[in-house]
Design a binder for this molecule. Structure first.
Ligand SMILES: [Zn+2]
Length: 119
């Protein structure tokens, strides 16, 4: 994978991360607006807001955010784009569609077969 391809995936991930954070912020704002409690207690403490925010982020989105962070970390370490199981490079075409995938097609199929066998 070239640096240019890597940068393109990185910016896709950045955008995705922004979107996820924005949508959870919006969900939070909406919840606050719908909240009919009198607001004479003053402003919510920042910590409380953050706690609330992290609760409102959907589990799926949270996992997605973690995957994004993990991908960034792997990019920094230079491991990004290599299969975690066999170490072979994962094709750019595959990463473009699934930027979080950390396994090559072969290893992914092995795991899926294994899961089917155990199911
Ligand atoms: Zn592999």
């Amino acid at each position: 994978m070239t640096n240019k391809q890597l940068e393109s995936i990185r910016s896709t991930l950045m955008k995705k991360k922004e979107d996820l954070l924005n949508s959870s912020r919006n969900a939070f704002r909406q919840m606050m607006e719908n909240d009919q409690k009198p607001s004479d207690e003053g402003d919510y403490a920042v910590e409380e807001v953050n706690q609330y925010l992290s609760c409102t982020i959907q589990t799926r989105d949270r996992r997605c955010l973690l995957d994004i962070e993990r991908a960034f970390k792997r990019m920094d370490e230079g491991d990004y784009g290599c299969c975690e199981s066999c170490g072979e490079p994962i094709s750019y075409e595959r990463l473009k569609i699934q930027p979080f995938c950390s396994l090559c097609v072969d290893c992914m199929q092995d795991i899926e077969l294994e899961q089917k066998r155990l199911a």
